[in-house]
Design a protein around this ligand. Structure first.
Ligand code: WT7
Length: 668
């Protein structure tokens, strides 16, 4: 069993923005067949692809894998001993060679790999040949700093070109990168560095956010000061903002002092298919983030294949995934998938509304972006700012739109389709996770008739289902737990250093079957409607946060006795964080103290983890076995508009909590 204190039963009301989607389910009867012009030219046109792949998934993936460049072909497509999968054993390849060298060798060195748009208005572009040379220089520099095959490298960077360069350089020499999102605190960074055992940290002096420099290097200094991250030997620092930083003699080295003078060629390592490619930390149901392990061949195949099929990528596309590379979306769909497919991409450092709310549409127009991939929370922000910002730009280059990160409410889907896609672009809602490595459930845009709010169905080669609590498939029209029944190439290979947690988190709930932690409903046509998480994981603006992690951060404050955190529906961010806090005797609740607590959480985890609502309460409702009744707290938080600020011991709320606490009843 998983460690949930309040399992939803199939048919339960889901949480977050998904509420909208489910309510709309009954009235959502709009359907969008592929536009004829689109269907005619699509990469995937044969409707039998689903059946063929289901009849022989290994054959399906093996065929796809032939489009990669191998030093040595594999001996075995798959060995599957649940939960352990090995794909393409015996095969040897290098990811950076697949992303760069082979494109240059086939005469595409002058093709633009990235148009880069910096926040204060800087612009540059880099071709495949230039990117290859930079990656080689960086790889040589890493080797010179003592990094080799199997070593871990932490990457804590803003969205500048040095970030993908550093990641690809790691893949060239067989080092394992672990990217830590630049919005995470020094403490979060330290935990990840220590769990991974990173030998080197690549960072920058700072990055730009809303026109102002933000600090990164100083967080690295904090994270590793006083021997708190003993594995770190060196820190490589790219120059972005020019702000003052302290360089520690013998430990820290400037990128521009070491990388440019390296040779632009670097012999790549021949990696085994199952060699680890990277770790990426994500929140689970406990306070400790999990280091998700992805390996070389299967991951690259999953990212590249889904990028080509779901986004219908062609050689002349200009593709923009507006995520941060610090999250898995950026790993798979800014870096590895697009580069493996020799795609021209846009990489943007900043926020959607700086300096003005039309910033994105200006970028789409300038680079003639044809495929755009973003999150529902961003679409809802654009809805709020109004369609006039998009209308003021020529968006006629767009031909396909993607969505990821959380259930998309039909209103946002339809707005995106109409105001951004000009009613002519298929919208692909893509369900996947850090753990799945690549898209799992999504339309195939040349084949699928889409419905606003539904991610459609599992892709060819993916065997998913929706089951009840006993693992039996639910009938059409019912809800239950999403599961993935067979192995897939890009699946996680484990949690770094914790095989037991791997087994327990994903494989024990339905033995031998992967349990992602999401609820879903299947309609009469067999289409899937994702309903949000069924565990203690929240989804804030498409970012995964753990209730327990934030509770730990709160109780680490000296004045906090106890805390409970729940997610509550939010029009903009999907879910928002609500915290219920019991203070120790001697501390009085106040708005100022609420702000102090929020700051404390930001320092512990990062600003994205700050509770939106903070409620001081003398009690927390608990079951007889002492577990916090989160469902009740969710109802309280959702049922009242607690507003943006600290609510001080609201009499009614406290009364409800007190009653429940006295009753001490068990949740069924
Ligand atoms: C969780 C994974 C995958 C990259 C971004 C988030 C939710 C993601 C969808 C979608 C409904 C979605 C799920 C999932 N989710 N995409 N299209 N429809 N829900 O990656 O941080 O690993 O979070 O995000 O709940 O489990 P992540």
């Amino acid at each position: 069993m998983t460690h949930r204190d309040d399992p939803i039963t199939p048919g339960d009301a889901p949480r977050g923005a998904s509420q909208d989607a489910i309510e709309a389910l009954s009235r959502e009867d709009r359907t969008f067949p592929p536009p004829p012009g689109f269907a005619d030219q699509a990469n995937v046109r044969d409707p039998d692809v689903y059946e063929r792949a289901a009849a022989d998934p290994e054959g399906y993936w093996a065929k796809a894998a032939r489009s990669l460049d191998w030093y040595r072909p594999w001996d075995t497509v798959l060995s599957w001993d649940p939960p352990n999968a090995r794909w393409f054993d015996g095969g040897q390849l290098n990811v950076s060679v697949n992303c760069l060298d082979r494109h240059v060798a086939s005469g595409h060195g002058d093709k633009v790999a990235y148009y880069w748009e910096g926040e204060p208005g800087d612009r540059t572009r880099i071709t495949y040949a230039e990117l290859l040379a930079e990656v080689c220089r960086c790889a040589n520099a890493l080797r010179g700093l003592g990094v080799g095959r199997g070593d871990k490298v932490a990457v804590y960077m803003p969205m500048i070109l040095e970030m993908p360069i550093a990641m690809l350089a790691c893949t060239r020499i067989g080092a394992v990168h672990t990217v830590v999102f630049g919005g995470f605190s020094a403490e979060s960074l330290r935990d990840r560095i220590n769990d991974a055992g990173a030998k080197l940290v690549v960072t920058a002096d700072g990055g730009y956010r809303r026109g102002k420099p933000s600090a990164l290097k100083v967080n690295v200094d904090d994270a590793i000061a006083d021997g708190q991250a003993p594995s770190v030997e060196r820190v490589l620092v790219a120059r972005r903002t020019g702000q003052d930083v302290t360089m520690v003699e013998g430990r820290d080295i400037w990128w521009d002092e070491v990388v440019p003078r390296q040779a632009p060629e670097c012999e790549p390592e021949r990696m085994e298919s199952e060699d680890p490619l990277y770790l990426l930390y994500t929140s689970g149901t406990t306070a400790k983030p999990k280091g998700i392990v992805h390996t070389t061949a299967g991951y690259l195949l999953g990212a590249a294949h889904t990028h080509r099929t779901v986004f219908d990528i062609k050689d002349d596309d200009v593709y923009w995934c507006a995520a941060d590379i610090g999250w898995v979306t950026g790993h798979s769909y800014i870096l590895y998938g697009p580069l493996a497919n020799r795609t021209t991409g846009v990489m943007y450092e900043g926020t959607p509304d700086f300096p003005a709310p039309d910033r994105w549409w200006d970028i789409v127009e300038r680079y003639r972006v044809s495929v755009l991939y973003t999150a529902p929370t961003a679409i809802r922000a654009h809805m709020k700012w109004g369609p006039q910002h998009a209308a003021g730009h020529d968006l006629s280059s767009l031909r396909l739109l993607g969505s990821v990160g959380e259930p998309i409410n039909p209103e946002a889907w339809v707005w995106y389709h109409h105001h951004i896609g000009g009613d002519r672009c298929p919208v692909v809602d893509t369900w996947w996770q850090t753990e799945t490595g690549a898209i799992m459930i999504a339309p195939l845009p040349g084949l699928t008739t889409t419905k606003p709010g539904s991610a459609s169905r599992p892709l060819p080669g993916i065997e998913a289902d929706i089951v009840d609590g006993d693992g039996n498939p639910v009938p059409p029209g019912s809800g239950g737990y999403l599961v993935v029944k067979g192995p897939w190439p890009a699946m996680l290979r484990g949690i770094h250093g914790d095989p037991e947690r791997f087994q327990k988190t994903y494989w024990d709930r339905f033995p031998g079957t992967y349990f992602p932690g999401d609820g879903a409903r299947r309609d009469e046509d067999g289409d899937y409607w994702l309903m949000g998480r069924v565990d203690d994981v929240m989804n804030i603006s498409g970012h995964r946060l753990s209730t327990t992690e934030i509770e730990s951060a709160l109780v680490s404050h000296q004045s906090v006795a106890e805390a409970a955190v729940v997610g509550t529906p939010d029009d903009l961010t999907g879910e928002a964080i609500a915290a219920f806090v019991i203070l120790k005797l001697g501390t009085e609740p106040s708005v100022a103290f609420g702000d102090e607590l929020r700051q404390h959480v930001a320092a512990k985890i990062g600003p994205i983890a700050k509770p939106k609502t903070l409620l001081f309460t003398p009690d927390l409702p608990k079951t007889r076995s002492g577990k916090i009744m989160r469902r009740l707290l969710r109802d309280i938080a959702a049922g009242r508009s607690l507003g943006d600020t600290t609510t001080l011991a609201d009499a009614d709320v406290v009364e409800t909590i007190r009653d429940a606490s006295r009753a001490g009843r068990d949740e069924e």
